[in-house]
Design a protein around this ligand. Structure first.
Ligand SMILES: Nc1ncnc2c1ncn2[C@@H]1O[C@H](COP(=O)(O)OP(=O)(O)O)[C@@H](O)[C@H]1O
Ligand SMILES: [Mg+2]
Length: 270
């Protein structure tokens, strides 16, 4: 069997694909070698896998470059992160072509067409931004607490809309469109409002960039992966996403672990 490991800026995921099933663990550790060894150790301990059954380890993510040629005695091959993102996103979505947006500590945008994977765009606005702003502005350090606050938030005390500045639509922009994130924040804005507004700004920024990228690449479908994909889900569920969904946004099952899954699948094919 092949183990896929994604050593990211925030978390390290290890997965093993087995007869259509999937085993996965996630750990947080600062040192990339410790993170990879820890994730592999946890995977074998939790699922009763023996090291000898692991043919090789397919490593990807920012931390993969510092790994040696073997990990706990198993051979390591390194998979290009954008390849892993593209393969992981499209295979989980059951598509042979799509724009795959990896929402992690930062955001990477990869265009997949049959036979070709292209790193197309990205932004430093991502999960690290979410946690950084939440900590700095609200003293909140977990996503769970931020979501708890955001559920009670109201954007009207923070974001400036097209309605606020024009009294109605501007051309094809509906009145509810954000004109300026945080453009109206005043003394009456609560921590709940700000929590929701931070999330909204990040989702809108990444959403708009994804739509523009899809248009530029001629892609119809946008697949969201990475642990911050839950933020899009949260905003959709809270019916807070008043977003021009002209294209199809898909969050596949196991989206959190898509990159590690993509690494394992790429290694299996080789
Ligand atoms: N349980 C979690 N642990 C850590 N980060 C989480 C968790 N749930 C959501 N996140 C968010 O996801 C981001 C990390 O996403 P991830 O896909 O692990 O990225 P990376 O591959 O860069 O480590 C964090 O910055 C944080 O905003
Ligand atoms: Mg990752």
């Amino acid at each position: 069997m092949i183990v896929g490991i994604d050593i990211g800026g925030s978390t390290t995921d290890a997965v093993v694909l087995e007869n259509g099933g999937l085993h996965v663990v996630t750990i947080e550790a600062n040192d990339p070698v410790a993170a990879a060894a820890g994730a592999l150790g946890k995977l074998i301990a939790e699922f009763g896998i023996s090291l000898e059954d692991i043919e090789r380890v397919a490593a990807t993510g920012a931390g993969a470059r510092v790994l040696a040629d073997s990990l706990l005695g198993r051979p390591v091959i390194k998979v290009n992160e954008f390849t892993a993102i593209g393969v992981g996103g499209t295979s989980l979505a059951g598509m042979d072509q799509a724009l795959v947006v990896s929402l992690g500590t930062g955001t990477a945008i990869v265009s997949v067409t049959p036979g070709k994977i292209q790193h197309f765009s990205g932004t430093g606005v991502g999960g690290g931004t979410l946690l950084g702003l939440a900590k700095h502005m609200l003293g909140v350090v977990t996503i769970e607490r931020l979501e708890e606050l955001a559920r009670k938030g109201d954007l009207r005390r923070v974001d400036l809309t097209v309605r606020d500045i024009a009294g109605g639509p501007i051309g094809d922009l509906p009145p509810g469109t954000t004109a300026a994130n945080f453009g109206k924040v005043g003394a009456d804005a609560t921590p709940e409002d700000k929590a929701l507004a931070i999330m909204n700004m990040i989702v809108e920024s990444i959403g708009v960039l994804s739509l523009a990228s899809a248009r530029a690449c001629g892609q119809e479908n946008i697949v969201l992966t990475g642990k911050l994909s839950r933020l899009f889900r949260f905003m959709q569920e809270a019916k807070r996403l008043d977003f021009p969904f002209g294209r199809r946004f898909v969050i596949p099952e196991h989206a959190d672990y898509a990159t590690a899954i993509g690494a394992a699948r790429t290694a299996r094919k080789e």
